[in-house]
Design a protein around this ligand. Structure first.
Ligand code: XIL
Length: 360
């Protein structure tokens, strides 16, 4: 090697060391190299929503950066059961295999959900055609939990057994929910008990949306969890979805909410985190403001030992549900994740690393 090339090489190595060692620029802490490294050091899981068709570049990011995966769509009842009698696990198995091949913890999502693509297309017609819908629905729910949770028993660590039981904007039950309409609150007991029977070692969650910015709705969720626990129903965790589409996260409020879940003896996770960039359109540097918001969310979780995981709802800005969801599609591109559409880490990625760090 020529002297000049050696000099350049050494200078480059020195610069890399310098940048690495001063990566937070201020108090000398060294950021971890990856989200996974930081999460392990901090004692939490850091996950992403994935599915069977995850492309190669995203699989590489998943393998490098994450410790956990949630199956975004393929484990939903609508995806699994084209008819009441038949299940097709092709896509679900493929998604689970991607997670397992990377040694990731897996969150199962979701058994009983009435919105968007949650309900089987045939369910309501079946229920209205029978003389005893309560009996039919209970039997269908039990069979569904047994089939799906049983299939992955010992492999899927956590299940969002019940998703979004509450009304969009209040702490009351969602009235337009066939499970609730037919069985009342007991549908939640039935679902959790059936999932527990199918895999006694899986951690069972109640997962809810929009509670982070609707305090009354959060109270409704806590009250529901308290009733379930009083009845001895196997509930182990609360999932706060953490879709920040309408307002940015409030660190103190979020931390207080995580504490409330903890006080019930429950685990709590932030299960579907994304923070829409248009929220910060008026900030001098929107990407920096988004980065701060992500750091706030991570700090809130790390402040509460019962907060055992954070999952972003996707990997990069090139594939986010917010760009097609009816309440956020008009703002597309929402750019709500930690990686840009080309896979490059965003300022939010760096701020999450620093919030998780220092490297140990
Ligand atoms: C979304 C998926 O990301 C989309 O691909 C799909 O079209 C609709 O569902 N709350 C949930 C998730 O619990 O299951 C939703 O996922 C997003 C809102």
């Amino acid at each position: 090697m020529s002297t000049s090339r050696l000099t350049i090489g050494l200078a480059f190595a020195g610069l890399t060391l310098l940048l690495g060692a001063c990566s937070d620029g201020s108090d000398g802490r060294t950021a971890p190299d990856t989200l996974a490294q930081g999460a392990r050091a901090a004692g939490i899981e850091f996950g992403a929503a994935i599915d069977w068709d995850l492309n190669e570049p995203r699989q590489r990011i998943l393998a490098r950066e994450f410790t956990s995966a949630t199956v975004e769509n393929s484990l939903k009842w609508q995806s699994l059961a084209p008819t009441p009698e038949s299940y097709d696990f092709t896509r679900a198995d493929a998604a689970v295999a991607i997670a397992e091949n990377n040694g990731l913890r897996i969150r199962g999502h979701t058994l009983f959900w009435s919105r968007l693509n949650g309900l089987p297309t045939w369910l309501e017609a079946e229920l209205s055609a029978t003389a005893d819908p309560g009996r039919m629905l209970e039997a269908l729910m039990q069979a569904h939990a047994k089939t799906v949770v049983g299939r992955y028993a010992g492999r899927i660590a956590q299940w969002d057994v019940i998703n979004e039981p509450l009304a969009l904007l209040s702490g009351e039950f969602e009235p337009d929910n066939p499970f609730f309409e037919v069985l009342g609150e007991a549908y939640i007991d039935i679902g959790l008990r059936a999932a527990h029977a199918a895999d006694p070692n899986a951690a069972l969650f109640l997962n809810e949306t929009s509670v982070e910015f609707l305090p009354a709705k959060f109270e409704g969720l806590i009250a529901l969890a308290e009733r379930l626990l009083e009845r001895g129903v196997p509930l182990h965790g609360l999932g706060l979805q953490a879709h920040f589409i309408f307002v940015p996260p409030d660190r103190d409020q979020l931390e207080a909410q995580l504490q409330r879940a903890s006080a019930l003896g429950l685990t709590v996770e932030l299960t579907e985190l994304d923070i829409a960039l248009p929220l910060f359109a008026n900030a001098p540097d929107p990407l920096a403001a988004q980065a701060q918001a992500y750091a706030d969310v991570v700090a809130a979780c790390l402040a509460v030992p019962a907060c055992t995981g954070i999952t972003t709802w996707g990997i990069d800005d090139g594939r986010t549900w917010l760009d097609s969801f009816e309440l956020s599609a008009a703002n597309a591109p929402n750019r709500p994740l930690l990686f840009a559409a080309d896979g490059a880490p965003k300022p939010a990625y760096t701020s999450v690393l620093l919030a998780l760090g220092p490297a140990r």
